[in-house]
Design a protein around this ligand. Structure first.
Ligand code: 6PG
Length: 253
């Protein structure tokens, strides 16, 4: 069953491991489609803790065959402004869980040495170079952007009521900490990039996400639930476990 508008789906599994296995399978499917169509698969990884299980499944050989890692370009949806070897770093988490498979030259971490604003500008330039486009033009079109959902309805580092929600030109911006830990400045992709994606996949597990997921699936106001502002040109799919989806009406198991 799809959600009220467009190519949007909420898919529900019994537990976080089942969500991670299903999400990894979908990611491999999208990767194969992208490589077949364009010779490359350009993905932006989500941070936080939920995606770690999915990255672990992606790291294992699967019945769909291994990903052609040499054809994969890895970007990041957001980053905490801490050193990459800091335990709070999203790049550090992805490196431990997944990135040993990807040629280093094809991994594009968000820089964190410098002011958050400078790091954001540098990452926009990185995207322009990687996609061979101008930062004055249309945003880069990633094949897949993975996103998490905060208990408060934030996604990437687009926090409720933050100025970053109003950034509709720059591809990358920065934000002071939201109300949820860790209390550090962030660098984040903006809605123009998120919504240019061919596909967006949310990974949402745990009962503490149930209120936010219900609100996002029923199009709550964006300033209150920023994840509701993610409406990509392509496919939008929420992969959730039963606890997180407990309050949602439009779901398919
Ligand atoms: C981050 C993430 C953030 C995360 C949500 C959910 O840097 O923390 O980008 O948007 O996806 O806060 O985090 P959990 O998966 O840890 O619940």
């Amino acid at each position: 069953m799809t959600l009220p508008s467009g190519d949007r789906q909420l898919l529900v599994w019994p537990n976080p491991d089942a969500v991670a296995a299903a999400a990894a399978a979908r990611i491999i499917e999208i990767a194969h489609e992208s490589i077949l169509a364009r010779g490359r698969f350009r993905i932006a990884l989500a941070g936080g803790s939920t995606p770690e299980r999915t990255y672990a499944f992606l790291s294992q050989p699967s019945e769909q065959g291994r990903l052609a890692w040499s054809a994969v370009d890895v970007f990041f949806g957001d980053e905490r402004v801490v050193p990459h070897d800091d335990p709070r770093s999203n790049f550090g988490m992805a490196s431990r869980a997944l990135l040993r498979h990807v040629p280093e030259a094809r991994v594009y971490p968000i820089p964190t040495a410098g002011s958050p604003a400078d790091c954001a500008a540098m990452y926009a330039a990185t995207l322009a170079t990687a996609f061979d486009i101008s930062t004055n033009g249309a945003p880069p079109r990633l094949d897949l952007i993975l996103l998490g959902l905060g208990d408060d309805g934030h996604t990437a580092s687009l926090f409720p009521g933050a100025a970053a929600l109003n950034e509709l030109n720059a591809w990358v911006t920065w934000s002071p900490p939201g109300t949820l830990p860790p209390p550090v400045d962030r660098v984040t992709l903006t809605y123009p990039v998120l919504n240019a994606a061919r596909a967006v996949l949310f990974l949402v597990t745990g009962k503490n996400k149930a209120d936010a997921l219900r609100d996002v699936c029923s199009h709550a106001p964006v300033p209150r639930r920023p994840a509701a502002g993610v409406a990509p040109a392509g496919r939008l799919t929420f992969f959730a476990d039963e606890e997180a989806a407990a309050l949602c009406t439009n779901k398919r198991g």
